[in-house]
Every structure is written in C-alpha cells, then in structure tokens.
Design a protein around this ligand. Sequence first.
Ligand code: EPU
Length: 335
Amino acid sequence: MKILENHSLASLNTFGVEQKARYFATAQNTQEFLALVRQYENPRILGGGSNILITRDLDGLVIKNEIKGISIIGEDDRYARIRVCGGENWHEFVKWAVAKGWGGIENLSLIPGTLGAAPIQNIGAYGVEIKDVLQVVEALDRTTGSIVHFQNAECRFGYRHSLFKEPAQRDRYFILSATLQLDKQPQVNTRYADVERKLHELKIEHPNIRDVHRAVIEIRQKKLPDPARLGNAGSFFKNPVLTEEQYRQLQSVKPDAPHYPFTHTFVKVPAGWLIDQAGWKGKQMGRVGCYEKQALVLVNLGGASGAEIWDFAQKVREDVQEKFGILLEPEINIW
Ligand code: EPU
C-alpha cells in the first residue's frame, strides 16, 4: 500500500477544489483499511467525493474507499438480497439492478458517489430513500478495530440523516458494505410530480422500472449540472423542516410558499425555492455561482477554492435568514 504525501484532492472531489491531504492512501480491502486505521490517527474517508466541500488542506490521512464487489447473498421468488461493497459506484449499481429487472432503487438513478457514502446521508430522490431497501450496514468500528453490523432500525435513518452522521459517531464507523433487498416484482413509484410529468412527456402510460430509470436520468441531466463540466456537489443545503407556526410566519411574507408534509406537525419547504426567491438563482460572485436551473446547487465556475465556495454559501444563508427567518443547514459535509 502506497502512502502519498501532500496529495492533491482536486480530482477526488466533484467541486474540483484544489486542496491537499498531508497523507493519502487507497484501501482495496478490509485488511488494508485496518492497517491504515491502526497506523494513523483520525483518518478521513473519501468515497466519490460528491457530497463534500474541502475548505482547507488536511493534516492527517485521507483514505479512499476502493473496496469492490457485488454479491447476491439470497434470493427467492419475490426478493433478492445483495451485498454491495463500499467502494462500488452507486449509479453503476443502480444500472446493474435495473438490467436484472430488480426494483427499489431506480428513482435513485444518477446520484453520484459510492455505495459506502449512500447510507451516511440516507441518499434520496423522487420519493425514495436508500433506507427503504437497506437491510444491513457492515462497518468497521475504528475505536475497537472490530467489524459491526447495523440492522436498518439501528441506523437511525431520517431525512438526509443517519447514525453515521451524528457528531458523536462521525468518523467512528467506516462503511464496508451494505445489504439491500430488491424486489423482483417491482411496483414503480411515480408519485413525484417531476417524474409523472417526464413519463407523460415520454408518452409512457404503464411505466416499468426501466422507464422510471430513464425518466429520472433525463430529469437530473436537465436540472443538475454535470460535475465533470461544472464543479458541484448537488444540493448544497437541506430542505428546512418547519413547525406549522414557522410556516405560518413564512406565509405572512410569502403566501404562496410551497411545502410538503413531513410529519403530523412539521412541513418541509424547498430550500431551492427560498434561495431562488431571495434572488440568488444564477448569481455569480468571483469564481462561485448559484446554478441557473436549480438554485440549491452551488457551482465552482473554475478555479474557486473551498473557502470561496463556503463564503458564498454563508452569504446565501445569511440572506435567506434575513429575508425569511429560516436558517439553512448544509446538506453536504464540510471538511
Ligand atoms: N424550486 C424553485 N427554484 C429553484 C429550485 C427549486 O422554485 O431554483 C422549487 C420548485 O417549486 C420545485 C421545488 O422547489 O418544485 C422542489 O425542487 P426539486 O424538485 O428540484 O427538489 P429539491 O427539493 O430542490 C430534493 C433533493 C434532491 C433530489 C430532489 C428530487 C434535498 C436537499 N434535495 O431537491 O437531492 O434530487 O429533491 O427528489 O433534499 C441532493 O441531495 O444532492 C439532491 C440533488
């Protein structure tokens, strides 16, 4: 295993920011992982680098999870259970499942990143979250060096949330694999307005999972910038969850504010809409911008540093708070 020093992370994060890691290594299997974790204090783990903003050079070791492997570990007439290693690319795995005709994750097509990162923020799109199909997470507990298994209910999944994201646990568990249960007689979920609209546009009346897969890919390609062309990490902020009282306050300023039910007493408001209404959509400051087709996405216009992007994000955040009294929380991880 090679340990590289002062290694540039520019090609390893989708924002494309040029920061360095003091030490850098890739792990191809659990043994390599263990060896690295024993040797260095507080290493950080990098998956596809598609949900982070690196704001400075990093002191310690950064390990890129490259543990690969997809295996079918159980199958009956209805379901297939698949164990997928953390270093596998998420979208490639979705394609694999769709090609087999196994449903459950087609709405999560084209989400960048790796399998290992997916449960951490409980990736979600178009009415589906990974928690809906995830059975077990296999992780390495860095504090003991042992391998632990978390059942779905133990992962404390919520909206873009899991146990693995909680401050007390952060960087404690390294996700080695996840076991997902996919449906061999899938029912498609096309309730999300954008998906319904796209299927209508494609003139598909009785969609199967391949159709949904295609529709989601087309929607995302149209709305979200391709990181290979324009550095970004998808949604920068989470959609804020408001109490009914907070929502009423927002309505006093913006009577037509969109909202979606979240629980009995809370509603979710699209952060992209708030940022858009605050006048940021398409705005640019120096080398950073707010994407013109989806205000929730901040973009590196070329050569921006992580600190510049973070500064821009703070400005957006302060402005939204001033105008609507709502504090946006980052959806991505800030390093
Ligand atoms: N909107 C605007 N202006 C904008 C953007 C959005 O007015 O510039 C309004 C529109 O009314 C739209 C509503 O906001 O109907 C919601 O927008 P959209 O359907 O694009 O979804 P989102 O809430 O902005 C979330 C996820 C996305 C996911 C989509 C689809 C979060 C933080 N983001 O975005 O996830 O793809 O729903 O399910 O929950 C990601 O996490 O990186 C991500 C891209």
